[in-house]
Design a binder for this molecule. Structure first.
Ligand code: G3H
Ligand code: ZN
Length: 302
């Protein structure tokens, strides 16, 4: 299987992005792999600290390894939102392909100091592992938020991004560009959408020249995704949309089969529902409508 670093370069040249989907059980993992297999595209499976604590770091690594071998799909494994070096080292030792070392809640000087140390320590364990650093405020929690999501505070500036990348030696940067973790109830109902600061993405890309990840992808306007990818986003994270589909389809399946207790009869519709969400996002990230977007951007630039 081609390495993640090479894949990032190749997808950048093709003007597409890699979909990253969080999992916290086998149903979600099966859905993500089935969608990537159907479209024959690579995919990143993400597990945050909480998701890893629930499933087990080594268990996730073993499941992904076996699905990778059995399905033939290029599946990469990312230790998402990791807040301590000990947890990052645990994932590196378990064979994860990438780590999001997220100290964005700390003052920037402390974030720089500890992220720089983590890059050295993690590459000593696993030389080809990719380290993603994070600056700015993109909130916490891939869940349904009660209040409206305010994205105006804590946006990343191109200068700050450039300094952070140079000072830490990270491979990938996660900036705050209008994105925010989770969805509001109106987003779940489809009445509201997240909008991204496309110009800021293009400026950050120009200033850093490293792969960029867009976190908090759930509920984002489709066209904003296309523009963000054309402006330099290389990886897009989706979690809440999968969790919403998981819960809604589980409730529907249980309601449809009252009295049923057999998991393998209750859960297949849940896999299908989550797979549909992953399919629609993967289609978009891998080119659906992107060519038209590039033509539009080029003619706007003339
Ligand atoms: O790291 C995970 C993601 O950034 C997911 O964000 O729940 O808004 O899709 P989301
Ligand atoms: Zn995230």
């Amino acid at each position: 299987m081609q390495g993640l670093r090479d894949l990032l370069q190749q997808t950048q040249q093709r003007g597409v992005a890699i979909g990253h989907f969080n999992i916290s059980d086998l149903v979600l993992l099966k859905a993500v792999v089935a969608a990537a297999r159907e479209l024959d595209v690579p995919v990143i499976v993400g597990a945050s600290q909480g998701e890893r604590d629930f499933m087990g770091v080594h268990e996730i690594a073993a499941l992904v390894k076996s699905l990778r071998e059995e399905s033939g799909v290029s599946i990469f494994l990312n230790a998402d939102h990791t807040h301590s070096l000990a947890k990052a080292e645990e994932a590196a030792k378990a064979g994860f392909d990438a780590v999001v070392f997220d100290l964005s809640a700390l003052p920037i000087e402390e974030n720089v100091r500890q992220t720089k140390e983590a890059v050295v320590a993690l590459k000593a364990i696993h030389p080809s592992i990719l380290i993603e650093g994070e600056i700015g405020d993109i909130g916490t929690g891939s869940e349904i938020h009660e209040t409206t999501i305010d994205v105006s505070k804590g946006l990343t500036t191109p200068e700050e991004a450039k300094q952070f990348v140079a000072a830490t030696g990270i491979d990938i940067l996660a900036p705050a560009v209008g994105n925010m973790h989770g969805m509001s109830a109106s987003m779940v109902r489809g009445e509201a959408r997240k909008h991204l600061d496309i110009e800021r993405i293009a400026e950050i890309k120009k200033a850093t020249r490293v792969p960029l990840t867009l976190h908090g992808g759930s509920g984002t306007e489709g066209d904003d995704f296309r523009k963000a990818i054309a402006a330099g986003i290389n990886i897009v994270h989706i979690n809440t949309e999968l969790r919403v589909a998981w819960r809604e389809s589980l409730e529907a399946s249980l309601a449809k089969q009252p009295g049923e207790v057999v998991p393998y009869k209750i859960l297949p519709p849940v896999i299908e529902a989550v797979k549909e969400v992953v399919l629609s996002r993967l289609r978009l990230f891998n080119g659906e409508g992107l060519a038209a977007q590039r033509v539009e951007l080029e003619s706007a630039a003339k």
